[in-house]
Write a protein that binds this ligand. Structure first.
Ligand code: ZN
Length: 178
């Protein structure tokens, strides 16, 4: 884990990758909270996202690595109380210019994701938003039952969900259409 202090420099919204050379370049700092407007009803950022971004041009491809640390606030879907979650991850990507002819598979060495650049620019804000979004559980809830207000106070009976049989439905639909 890496720690960024509040006096670390504020990073730009975008990094211009057209200037990158074969030497790896590194950016360390934070993105101001004010730059993030999306998903405000869905989660809230508690801290400025702290980043370490490394960009390197390797064999004609742009390899990007981003370490991200941010604390977000989510609403527990069981007790409807807010709780904090740490997002702490490292992502590796291949940067591709929009519309560029890039053959997926030519870099099958590892599990890098591809991200599109617009006129050689990498949007840090979008990348951070995307990474946070991927970390949010489908149904956010307190990690420990003892923190959950609902679990703590009331006995909760969990009803088994009605079993879904998508293929049975499909079969019925086909039958009805004939
Ligand atoms: Zn809860």
């Amino acid at each position: 884990m890496f720690i960024i202090f509040s006096m670390d420099p504020e990073l730009p919204d975008e990094i211009d990758c057209t200037k990158s050379t074969s030497r790896a370049k590194e950016w360390i700092g934070r993105l101001s909270l004010e730059k993030f407007k999306k998903h405000q009803n869905f989660y809230r950022m508690e801290t400025d996202p702290a980043l370490k971004v490394t960009i390197e041009s390797r064999q004609g491809a742009l390899t990007i690595e981003m370490s991200l640390y941010v604390v977000i606030e989510l609403e527990c879907q069981r007790c409807l109380c807010a709780f904090n979650m740490d997002v702490n991850k490292v992502g590796k990507y291949i940067g591709i210019e929009t519309g560029a002819d890039y053959k997926i598979g030519s870099q099958k060495d590892d599990n890098k994701e591809t991200i599109t650049l617009l006129e050689g620019k990498l949007s840090l804000v979008s990348l951070v938003e995307e990474e946070i979004f991927l970390e949010i559980p489908m149904i956010p809830k307190h990690f420990r039952d003892k923190d959950c207000q609902l679990i703590g106070s009331v006995e909760v009976t969990v009803k088994p969900k009605a079993e879904r049989k998508p293929f049975a439905d499909l079969a019925r639909m086909i039958k009805n259409n004939n």
